[in-house]
Design a protein around this ligand. Structure first.
Ligand SMILES: CC(=O)CC(=O)SCCNC(=O)CCNC(=O)[C@H](O)C(C)(C)COP(=O)(O)OP(=O)(O)OC[C@H]1O[C@@H](n2cnc3c(N)ncnc32)[C@H](O)[C@@H]1OP(=O)(O)O
Ligand SMILES: NC(=O)C1=CN([C@@H]2O[C@H](COP(=O)(O)OP(=O)(O)OC[C@H]3O[C@@H](n4cnc5c(N)ncnc54)[C@H](OP(=O)(O)O)[C@@H]3O)[C@@H](O)[C@H]2O)C=CC1
Length: 293
């Protein structure tokens, strides 16, 4: 555990917020999750409990460890409950206007010396920092999905981020037994600058009829040794998040090679967001995922 930070606030009880809460509690931090509705919080706590219970069943953790971790996590739809937190990590929807509104709400509640971080996949840290009252104590702490499994965390400084802030974030990430890589504040940083164009190209490959969903995913799993096919991974990340990242790359780098595939745009417009909405390139409503094209 970090010697300075003891309490972690999380904004956004989605898939990333749950994962960050889980690994933080397992490392001994007291965690408070904030989201818009109590219903969302309850569902997040149930997800975290389910993940920990699976670890207990697989004899990877004792039931006492599960209980100890759960006892460190609380959640509420009252933003004032973030007031005592030393570090608050915003993991809400990948939409700049949503994040800006959250900072307007959260900053007045926080201790003056609290650190505010964002788990954004792509947005400018410097620009997000300008919507806070503490650009020097603001930075990107970018976890990968699924958080409990993936070893990497990208750290991204904005132009105003102080060295003390960066060091505290690095110590926190190391205390979770994760590996830090440092990225400069460019659109989508390192992992998504490389990964998302590959996923977008896989969607173009489907759109142009080069292969079916199954053919494309099998090709990349068995032909390139990827643990998930690119369309399966897109569904796992969330197609809304994939589209937002491609839009940030396209606009931020002004290069047509990052143009989001029109099929990706259509799926998001249809509300087909991948696993989290029950349908994306696969249909998740049955026993096993079924390719939709
Ligand atoms: C968009 C961004 O901003 C950045 C990103 O995150 S990009 C996405 C990066 N992530 C990836 O690329 C993931 C690629 N996929 C994989 O690595 C693997 O398919 C996977 C680790 C997700 C699953 O691996 P697998 O071998 O097929 O499955 P499985 O054997 O069931 O699971 C392996 C472990 O992961 C855990 N796991 C799997 N999915 C999980 C989830 N959603 N949440 C928590 N734990 C999970 C399992 O419990 C299991 O743990 P143990 O080894 O302790 O038992
Ligand atoms: N998915 C991925 O693979 C990765 C995502 N990220 C990044 O992490 C962040 C979260 O992504 P992810 O967890 O996948 O997204 P999800 O859609 O799973 O979760 C987002 C959560 O934020 C909540 N939310 C929306 N608006 C507000 C608000 N104003 N106040 C509080 N909570 C709000 C949503 O609530 P509701 O559903 O009610 O709107 C939802 O619970 C994004 O910035 C994303 O880019 C980073 C790494 C990997």
């Amino acid at each position: 555990m970090s010697t300075v930070l003891k309490t972690i606030g999380i904004v956004g009880a989605g898939q990333m917020g749950c994962g960050i809460a889980q690994v933080s509690a397992l490392a001994g931090y007291k965690v408070n999750i904030y989201d818009l509705s109590q219903e969302r919080i309850e569902s997040a706590l149930a997800t975290i409990n389910g993940n920990l219970a699976r670890q207990v069943s697989a004899a990877k953790m004792t039931d006492d460890e599960r209980k100890a971790a759960l006892s460190l996590i609380s959640g509420s739809a009252d933003v004032n409950d973030l007031a005592p937190m030393d570090l608050v990590i915003e993991a809400a929807t990948e939409d700049e206007s949503v994040k800006r509104k959250i900072y307007t709400l959260v900053c007045p509640v926080l201790k003056p010396d609290a650190i505010l971080a964002t788990n954004t996949s792509s947005l400018s840290i410097t620009r997000l920092a300008s919507a806070t009252d503490r650009p020097e104590r603001f930075m990107g702490i970018h976890f990968m999905n699924p958080v409990p499994v993936m070893k990497l965390v990208e750290l991204v400084r904005g132009i105003a981020t102080e060295e003390a802030t960066f060091k505290m974030a690095r110590d926190y990430v190391s205390s979770l037994d994760k590996t830090v890589t440092v990225a400069e504040d460019f659109p989508a940083f390192i992992v998504n600058r490389i990964l998302l164009p590959m996923i977008n190209e896989a969607i173009y490959t489907l759109y142009e009829g080069v292969g079916t969903v199954d053919a494309i995913d099998t090709a990349m799993k068995l032909g390139a040794n990827h643990p998930m096919g690119p369309l399966q991974l897109a569904d796992f990340i969330g197609l809304d998040t994939c589209l937002s990242i491609m839009q940030v790359l396209h606009e931020g780098l002004s290069d047509s090679k990052y143009r989001p595939c029109p099929l990706l745009v259509k799926y998001v417009e249809a509300g087909w967001l991948g696993r989290k909405s029950g349908r994306g390139f696969y249909d998740y409503r049955g026993e096993v995922p079924v390719p939709t094209r």
